[in-house]
Design a protein around this ligand. Structure first.
Ligand SMILES: [Zn+2]
Length: 508
């Protein structure tokens, strides 16, 4: 069974449902092995047992494997059990029970059908815990990957040919239905036939009771809102998600390029601390918070118990709060950019709600060529230009062994490199356990760049800084973005072209 478990792990690494099988001959010698290959081979019959049986029959040059024994990590389905009976196996030993397709008692018990003309001894539950854990871990990672992949990558690059249909989006009663264009129950879940384990898993998010969404208070601490209708629309959308929503009375104020005078914007932050809604969200970024940093009562912000949320210019708020008090705030959607436009991204919305409710445990995303890393530390960062602007000020948190995430918009790669260089020279980068790059977008390369581009910057960064670099974080001035807890202790790990940001340790 140990070898079958290894094969199952190999299947998982290939993106297949982790089930492995081993066939021993009557004398106990290894005849053949197999693992699930349904996706790889585009073959609905390529279950681990069938793959192993075929190999065994070929090696004996006989479909009859009389006296042989088969070990498999998951209770066989009817197809596989039928094939094993045909092969005249003497004994079948399986690991985890499968209550949805198991044919050894899980759903039906074909092994106890006296009218079948061939039989084999069947023994179940051998190393069931290890076999089951492998499947549960796989589906948990797959669920998280699916939700991110849906917004970031072509489905086949993640789920090997199956549409990435995150089951929790379809079944979660707390998710608003009106915008879930992915709610197509007939679509196969990623991974194929054994995915029912997803929903039977007591750890599955589908069955969690979510905290009810609560209230959001909107402030404009940075740039002026250009189109008041977009704020109305954002408020409407947030209400449709189940939040109570209120906007500060100066949310639409205008002074020069700012959303009101410095005094007005400071007063808005003050009012946000005293009002009743637990979440305070910036209407937009732009510019303006840098001026206010020395005038904000950071202790009062931390003690208010409010969860502050924004991005871009808001990065300096996130970081100053962390530097001055150690309190956690959120980097994520802003009202107008993410909820006040033509369309709200389903994934951004789901990640936002799941992060607010504390439900999101792991954020997985594609990260081709990511450096190997398995580390924990304080998650911090945000907009690169804003992070760099804080170097040498009392508002840059002194995070050692942290996980630094960065994104930017409308900056040529050489400017991105220059800002990274500043952080490097300031000793900021070398102190981190990992540098996680989000999306750098909306810049234009020039002919005299001669091939120098963002990839060149990443290569340079990897060569220059002795810190693992992970790319692909779904965060930045883009539609698909995660909501990230700045100042929280998180974990990061990479494996097989995927990165996993562990936002909350599993408590089960
Ligand atoms: Zn099967």
């Amino acid at each position: 069974m140990g070898l079958a478990l290894d094969l199952a792990r190999r299947a998982a690494a290939l993106g297949e449902v982790p089930v492995g099988a081993v066939v021993l001959d009557a004398a106990g010698h290894l005849l053949a092995t197999g693992h699930n290959r349904t996706i790889l081979d585009r073959d609905p019959t390529a279950h681990a047992e069938v793959v192993a049986l075929r190999a065994a029959a070929r090696s004996l040059d006989n479909y009859r494997l009389t006296g042989a024994r088969l070990y498999v990590t998951l209770e066989p389905c009817a197809m596989c059990l039928g094939a094993m009976f045909h092969a005249r196996l003497a004994e079948i030993v399986y690991g985890a029970p499968d209550p949805k397709t198991g044919a050894c008692g899980g759903v039906v018990d074909l092994s106890a059908q006296p009218r079948l003309n061939h039989h084999a001894r069947v023994r179940g539950g051998v190393r069931a815990q290890a076999c089951g854990d492998l499947l549960r871990d796989f589906f948990r990672a797959r669920r998280e990957a699916a939700r991110v992949a849906r917004g970031l990558a072509a489905p086949e690059t993640v789920s090997g040919g199956h549409p990435a249909a995150p089951p929790f989006f379809q079944d979660d009663p707390s998710m608003p239905k009106q915008k879930s264009d992915s709610a197509a129950p007939s679509r196969p879940a990623p991974g194929g036939e054994h995915t029912h384990l997803v929903c039977d898993d007591p750890e599955c998010g589908v069955h969690h009771v979510h905290e009810q969404p609560s209230g959001i208070y909107l402030i404009s601490p940075s740039g002026a809102v250009a189109d008041p209708a977009s704020l109305d629309l954002a408020m409407e959308r947030l209400r449709a998600m189940g939040f109570r929503v209120a906007a500060d009375r100066t949310a639409l104020a205008v002074h020069e390029r700012f959303a009101g005078t410095d005094k007005q914007r400071l007063a808005g932050i003050q009012r946000a601390l005293k009002q009743k809604h637990p979440v305070v969200m910036a209407t937009r970024g732009g510019y303006g918070l840098s001026r206010l940093l020395p005038h904000i009562d950071w202790r009062a912000v931390a003690d208010s118990g409010k969860t502050f949320l924004g991005q871009s210019d808001f990065t300096v708020f996130n970081l100053a709060l962390l530097a001055r008090t150690g309190a956690v705030s959120l980097a994520g959607p802003t009202a107008i950019f993410d909820f006040g436009g033509k369309k709200v991204d389903d994934l951004t919305q789901a990640l936002f709600q799941e992060t607010l409710s504390g439900e999101l445990e792991i954020l997985s995303f594609e990260s081709p060529g990511a450096d190997p890393v398995d580390a924990r530390g304080i998650l911090w960062g945000g907009n690169l230009a804003m992070v760099a602007s804080l170097v040498g000020t009392p508002y840059l948190p002194d995070v050692k062994g942290g996980i630094l995430f960065l994104e930017d918009v409308s900056e040529h790669p050489f400017r991105i490199e220059r800002m990274l260089t500043q952080l490097w020279h300031a000793g900021v980068l070398e102190k981190q356990h990992a540098i996680v790059l989000g999306q750098f977008t909306d810049y234009r390369l020039a002919p005299h760049d001669n091939g120098y581009d963002l990839d060149s910057v990443v290569r340079w960064l990897r060569q220059t800084v002795r810190v693992p670099v992970v790319t692909g974080l779904p965060y930045g001035h883009v539609k698909v973005k995660a909501t990230l807890p700045v100042g929280a202790r998180v974990g990061i790990a990479t494996e097989d072209g995927m990165a996993h940001l562990v936002l909350r340790e599993h408590t089960h």
